[in-house]
Unconditional design. Structure first.
Length: 300
C-alpha cells in the first residue's frame, strides 16, 4: 500500500514515521521546506507538494477545513491528481459542514473518502496507539484496515461521511468541559483540606472519573509538565466548530456556549500557544486564594 501523508507537523510527521516503520511505502509532503527536511533526515521519503507520486491513500493532517479544501480543489488538487479508486483520509479535526460538502465531490471524482480524526496526541501518533473516529463506508474501512491497525490502538466506525468529524468535536467539547469541572472539583476539595492527589484517587474510583481525571491531571497538570503537544488555540478552534455545528443544527446547547466562553475569556493570560491543560491554572489557584486582608483563608 502506497501512502502519501500531506501535512508533516507533530501529528502528521509522527503518523508518517509510524506507517513507515510498519513497512508501508510512505511519502511525506508539506508546504514547509523545513518540515520536509526534518522528516527526510529521519529516513522518510519526501516530495514537494507539486511533485507528488501516485498513491493508494492520501492521508491529510492539516490545520483546518480550509486547508483540506485547498489540497483537494487547488494545490496540489487531489480531485484531479489522485488515481481513480484511491482513498482520501482526513485525520484533521475538520468542520463537519465542510466535510459534507467535500466528501461527495471526492466520490464523484472516482475516489473514496474517510474522515478519521484522531486522539492521543503526538505521542500516540508516534507509538501507533491513536484513537480514531471514522466516518465513511464500511468497505473503505475494511480496505484500509492494515493501515488503521498500524496507526491506532482502536478505531470506531461512527457513521457515514462527516460523522467522524462530528463525534470528534463532541469528544473535544467533553474534554474541554471536564478540564474545567475536574479542576473545580479538585479546588473544592483542596479548599476543604483534602490533598488534590487523594481527591483525584477518590474521583477515579467513582462515577465522576474521566480521561481528564485519570490521564490529564497526573500526566500533565500535577506533574507540572504541560507538554501534551495540544495547544489552547487548537482547543478553542475545536470548541468554536462544535458551537457552530450546534447552531447549524438549531440546537440551543447553553452549557456548550458557556464552556466556549470560559475557554475564550482570557486570551492574554492564557495565550493560544499555551498547552491546553493550562486552562486549569486559574481554577486550581482558587484553592489557595487569600482573603482581602492578605491572610490565607482558613480551610475548615
Amino acid at each position: 500500500m502506497n501512502i502519501i501523508v500531506i501535512g508533516l507537523g507533530q501529528m502528521g510527521g509522527n503518523m508518517a514515521m509510524t506507517l513507515h516503520a510498519a513497512g508501508f511505502h510512505v511519502t511525506g509532503t508539506d508546504v514547509s521546506d523545513d518540515a520536509r527536511a526534518r522528516l527526510e533526515s529521519r529516513g522518510l521519503s519526501v516530495a514537494a507538494p507539486d511533485s507528488l507520486p501516485a498513491a493508494d491513500v492520501y492521508l491529510l493532517s492539516l490545520p483546518t477545513s480550509d486547508h483540506v479544501r485547498q489540497v483537494l480543489m487547488a494545490s496540489p488538487g487531489l480531485l484531479s491528481l489522485a488515481p481513480k479508486g484511491s482513498v482520501i483520509v482526513d485525520t484533521s479535526t475538520s468542520d463537519p459542514a465542510v466535510t459534507r460538502e467535500l466528501a461527495p465531490r471526492v466520490v464523484e471524482a472516482g475516489l473514496e473518502w474517510l474522515d478519521a480524526p484522531v486522539s492521543g496526541g503526538p505521542a500516540g501518533a508516534a507509538s501507533g496507539s491513536l484513537g480514531m473516529l471514522l466516518g465513511g463506508e464500511s468497505s473503505t474501512i475494511e480496505r484500509l484496515a492494515p493501515m488503521l491497525d498500524a496507526m491506532a490502538a482502536r478505531y470506531t466506525h461512527v457513521g457515514p461521511a462527516a460523522s467522524g468529524h462530528v463525534v470528534k468535536l463532541a469528544n473535544n467539547y467533553l474534554c474541554a468541559a471536564h478540564l474545567l469541572t475536574t479542576a473545580e472539583a479538585v479546588a473544592l476539595a483542596a479548599k476543604a483540606g483534602v490533598d488534590p492527589a487523594a481527591c483525584l484517587a477518590g474521583l477515579n474510583s467513582g462515577s465522576g472519573r474521566s480521561a481528564v481525571s485519570e490521564v490529564n491531571f497526573p500526566k500533565w497538570i500535577q506533574s507540572d509538565s504541560f507538554d501534551s503537544g495540544f495547544t489552547t488555540g487548537l482547543m478553542r478552534k475545536d470548541l468554536r466548530l462544535a458551537r457552530d455545528a450546534a447552531a447549524d443544527l438549531g440546537l440551543p446547547l447553553t452549557l456548550l456556549e458557556q464552556v466556549v466562553a470560559r475557554w475564550h475569556a482570557d486570551p492574554d493570560g492564557l495565550p493560544d500557544h499555551a498547552d491546553f491543560n493550562r486552562i486549569t491554572d486559574s481554577v486550581l489557584g482558587l484553592a489557595s486564594a487569600q482573603d482581602a486582608d492578605g491572610s490565607q483563608e482558613d480551610a475548615q
